[in-house]
Each structure stands twice: as structure tokens, then as C-alpha cells.
Design a protein around this ligand. Structure first.
Ligand SMILES: Nc1ncnc2c1ncn2[C@@H]1O[C@H](COP(=O)(O)OP(=O)(O)OP(=O)(O)O)[C@@H](O)[C@H]1O
Ligand SMILES: [Mg+2]
Length: 243
């Protein structure tokens, strides 16, 4: 097994506000990891550290064995609350194509290769019929699918998603997770979620973060652990009795 993400004793503060304290987090190739915890607990900050958008003041952080900035090209990202102006005339195909900016030279005419990559991922994610639809007119679930397609069109080895299902109903949530399950066969996934009960059916690791971080194997998750994670307690895990 090879290590994709490694946080060792990492602390991060915004000014004087310490958001993460001495966290250890290890993600292996093929893992599907959820990061859960209360609002303001530091979940989005962890993803931004993995992307190299922020740097820790203390500790060591490696992604694919190197600095996060160097490995960003290998990482796809679906940010929290992606805001797209409803009236902005961009269709599904062009939103997905944005995922290749930086990987390819862009001009007014996209190369055949780029168009093919975009069409392939659109088909894979079941969006072919909606390719020319305006992004702003899509339902919440189809918007989320399109944003995931944009994040994976460059075939990243690591996919980061920040609350991808926060604005959709439970049937769409299931649909998105089934799709992520398929993508997980090809890429390592780290996903931020508030719905720990739901994600524990799909992921193999759960990181509970509230300034400090405790990692659990999905099979260990109980309602007690869930409550503790949200109350801000340090969570104790006794592996032998499965609590
Ligand atoms: N750019 C910033 N400058 C200063 N403080 C920030 C900044 N971004 C976040 N914070 C603060 O850092 C803390 C952690 O924020 P973060 O966004 O990582 O939390 P979160 O767990 O993702 O929360 P949520 O569930 O609300 O998305 C919060 O107290 C937040 O107010
Ligand atoms: Mg957040």
C-alpha cells in the first residue's frame, strides 16, 4: 500500500486563532476517507492544506511523498458552496472543460483531444443528455455531478470533495455516493461531510476533527462516537470492544 497523504503533528492557525492542533492523518492509496465534525472544526482547512493553498505553521505534511504544492496537479477538488451565477451562460460541457485548464493550452478552439476527454467523462457520469444545458438551470444533484465531472476530467489520483451533498435530498445523496464508489476504484477519495451516519456505509475511514483529529475505521463508528465528535470531546476508541 502506498501513502497518499501524511499529516504528522500538524498545527495550523489563522492569525491567533488555532484551528488545528497536532493532528496526524494518514491516507493510503485506494482509501475512501470522510472528514466529519462540527461547523468551524477545521474540515475545509484540512482540504486547503492538502491542496497547498495554506501551509502549516508546525509539523510535516506530504502529499504523494512531496510538498502539497508540487502534487496539486495530481489532485481534483470540488469546493464547498460552489457559487455559479444562474444567469451566466455556461453550459455543462464548458463547466467540465474548466477542469482541464492548466493541463492543456486553451484557445478559442479546443483540441479534439480535450473535447473527447470531456465527452467521455460526461458520458461516464450520465450527463450526456444535459451537455448543452445551462449549468445554472440544473437541479442540485445534476449540478453536483457536473462539478464532480469537472474535478475528475483530468484523471486525478486523489479527489477531494467539500460537502458535496449538503444541498441535495437523500436519494440524490445516495446517487452521488454510488458514483463516488465507482470513482474510488480508480482514485483515492477524501470527502468532507456532516452526515456521518450516511457516509459510514461507503467509506473505509472516518476522521473526526474538532481542532484535534481522531481517525476511526468505518466499522468502529457508533452513535456515541458521532455525538462525541460533534460535542467537541476528545474521542476515545477502544478497538477491542468496538466502541
Ligand atoms: N480565511 C480565514 N481567515 C480567518 N479565519 C478563518 C478563515 N477560514 C476559516 N477560518 C476560521 O477557521 C475555523 C475553521 O474553519 P473551517 O472552514 O476549516 O471549518 P469547517 O470545519 O470547514 O466548518 P464548516 O462545517 O462550517 O464548513 C473557523 O473558526 C473559521 O471561522
Ligand atoms: Mg467547511
Amino acid at each position: 500500500m502506498s501513502r497518499v497523504i501524511s499529516f504528522e503533528n500538524v498545527s495550523f492557525s489563522y492569525g491567533r486563532n488555532k484551528v488545528l492542533e497536532d493532528i496526524d492523518l494518514f491516507v493510503e492509496k485506494g482509501d475512501f476517507t470522510a472528514i466529519v465534525g462540527p461547523n468551524g472544526g477545521g474540515k475545509t482547512t484540512i482540504l486547503k492544506l492538502i491542496l497547498g493553498l495554506l501551509s502549516p505553521q508546525k509539523g510535516e505534511l506530504k502529499v504523494f511523498g512531496q510538498s502539497p504544492c508540487k502534487s496539486r496537479i495530481r489532485t481534483g477538488y470540488v469546493p464547498q458552496f460552489s457559487v455559479h451565477d444562474r444567469s451566466f451562460p455556461i453550459d455543462v460541457e464548458n463547466v467540465v472543460m474548466q477542469g482541464l485548464i492548466g493541463n492543456t493550452s486553451f484557445g478559442p478552439f479546443y483540441s479534439k483531444n480535450v473535447k473527447k476527454k470531456v465527452a467521455d467523462i460526461i458520458e461516464k457520469l450520465g450527463l450526456t443528455q444535459r451537455m448543452k444545458d445551462r449549468f445554472g438551470d440544473l437541479s442540485g444533484g445534476l449540478k453536483q455531478r457536473t462539478l464532480i465531472a469537472r474535478a475528475v476530467v483530468s484523471q486525478p489520483e486523489l479527489l477531494l470533495l467539500d460537502e458535496p451533498v449538503s444541498s441535495v435530498d437523500s436519494s440524490v445523496e445516495k446517487d452521488v455516493f454510488e458514483m463516488l464508489n465507482l470513482l474510488n476504484k480508480k482514485m483515492t477519495i477524501v470527502l468532507v461531510s456532516h452526515d456521518i451516519g450516511f457516509v459510514s456505509k461507503y467509506v473505509n475511514k472516518i476522521a473526526c476533527v474538532n481542532k484535534t483529529l481522531v481517525i476511526h475505521n468505518a466499522g468502529e463508528i457508533t452513535s456515541g462516537i458521532i455525538e462525541d465528535a460533534y460535542r467537541g470531546k476528545q474521542v476515545a476508541v477502544n478497538h477491542s470492544c468496538g466502541i
